[in-house]
Design a protein around this ligand. Structure first.
Ligand SMILES: Nc1ncnc2c1ncn2[C@@H]1O[C@H](COP(=O)(O)OP(=O)(O)O)[C@@H](O)[C@H]1O
Ligand SMILES: Cc1ncsc1CCOP(=O)(O)O
Ligand SMILES: [Mg+2]
Length: 261
């Protein structure tokens, strides 16, 4: 089936809903991107909380509106907290999102990612090499970076969505978001987004937030990618390089709901 283009009106609607509803997002994420992820969630109008101890994580994921699990700097201790958080979220009926950072060549995180897939993520967001590896079709990328284009991972994304029941977003120059049947395509963004750390991780946090909104989860996750594509393009148009880009990107995310898309 041919991918559909995401409607700009739905991106604007989701940008506004995120700010109006301000979902509380429980983030268990990597050590590199904690602060940027929290700032991105605040810029879109959501509310971040990094509650990381395993006892507190179990309790807090039931209180939060959605959970993010990002395995970028996974440790044994963090894996315990992640299992507890997923358990708490599932028992409370709260959606959780997986960012399978650098899955493939590294055994511990790859085993862990496959294990938690059985716990029914609402969404999975990764780059092409991560989605291919998670679907069992590739060896993974170069560390946290993709070595394949997103277009090459569309079939794997569909298979992964069918196997897990999750909405799968595979990102890159073009993003593809699928429920295993219908696939939406998002264009925009800018290569500068790959020259600063944490844009993929922060997008996964906004995907988690989008999963807490009412309506079509497929369209809401695609709109989260649409929000990034639009803000990334606007920020890059004013930016001289990776130093100024993160600030301009946060401003652009904020302006999407304060000034309308
Ligand atoms: N070449 C590109 N052109 C435009 N946008 C891009 C490009 N590469 C990545 N992006 C955007 O950057 C964000 C992060 O995606 P990606 O780089 O695939 O994730 P990761 O950082 O996990 O590898 C997404 O919003 C994606 O659309
Ligand atoms: C550099 C790095 N190392 C482990 S996690 C991480 C951040 C990856 O961020 P992103 O996937 O958003 O580029
Ligand atoms: Mg990533």
């Amino acid at each position: 089936m041919q991918p559909d283009l995401l409607s700009p009106a739905h991106t604007a609607h989701v940008a506004s809903q995120l700010a109006t509803r301000s979902p509380l997002i429980h983030c268990l994420t990597n050590q590199v991107v904690q602060s940027f992820t929290a700032n991105v969630l605040l810029a879109v109008g959501a509310s971040p909380a990094m509650v990381v101890d395993h006892e507190e994580a179990l309790a807090f994921s039931a209180i939060a509106d959605a959970l993010l699990i990002n395995i970028g700097t996974l440790t044994r201790e963090q894996a315990l907290a992640m299992r507890a958080a997923i358990d708490g979220a599932n028992r409370a009926g709260k959606p959780w999102t997986l960012d399978p950072v650098a899955v493939g060549p590294l055994a511990f995180r790859s085993r862990f990612a496959r294990e938690i897939l059985a716990q029914k993520p609402a969404a999975i967001r990764g780059n092409a090499s991560e989605i291919l590896a998670l679907a069992g079709n590739g060896a993974g990328g170069r560390g946290v970076d993709a070595t394949q284009g997103a277009q090459e991972a569309v079939s794997a994304a569909r298979e992964l969505a069918q196997q897990t029941g999750a909405i799968v977003a595979v990102t890159g120059e073009v993003d593809y978001v699928t429920d295993g049947d219908r696939t939406l395509t998002i264009t925009g963004g800018d290569p500068l987004m790959t020259r600063v750390v944490g844009t993929g991780c922060a997008l996964s946090a906004v995907v988690a937030a989008a999963c807490a909104l009412p309506g079509s989860r497929l369209e809401n996750v695609a709109a989260a990618c649409g929000v990034f594509a639009l803000a990334g393009k606007r920020a890059a148009a004013q930016s001289q390089g990776p130093g100024s880009f993160p600030s301009l990107f946060l401003d652009a995310l904020y302006q999407l709901h304060t000034e309308g898309a």
